[in-house]
Design a protein around this ligand. Structure first.
Ligand code: FES
Length: 95
């Protein structure tokens, strides 16, 4: 199972996720508070993160990310980033 490391609010936590789940879902399932004002539908950017490592283990950038202007690495919307078989490390963007 892939491991996802989150840096948020001055804390760092590494959790196990399931392949095929998003960075947002894995975080929420593990009690990590991640803003998701649009409910994980790719319409707000409050779930934005910076990928520190493992970008190659995430799904390709979605049309919704493009539409929201989240087009440049290392930025990704955590609700649109599906984790594959490898480990990922992200820093949540604080607003
Ligand atoms: S939760 Fe709104 S864009 Fe991800």
């Amino acid at each position: 199972m892939p491991k996802v490391t989150y840096h948020f609010n001055g804390q760092t936590r590494t959790v196990e996720g399931k392949e095929g789940e998003t960075i947002l879902q894995i975080g929420l399932d593990n009690g990590i508070s991640i803003e998701h004002a649009c409910g994980g539908n790719g319409f707000c950017t409050t779930c934005m993160c910076k990928v520190k490592s493992g970008m190659e283990h995430l799904s390709p950038r979605s049309d919704r990310e493009d539409n929201m202007g989240v087009t440049d690495d290392p930025d990704r919307l955590s609700c649109q980033s599906i984790v594959g078989s490898g480990d990922v490390e992200v820093e949540m963007v604080e607003f």
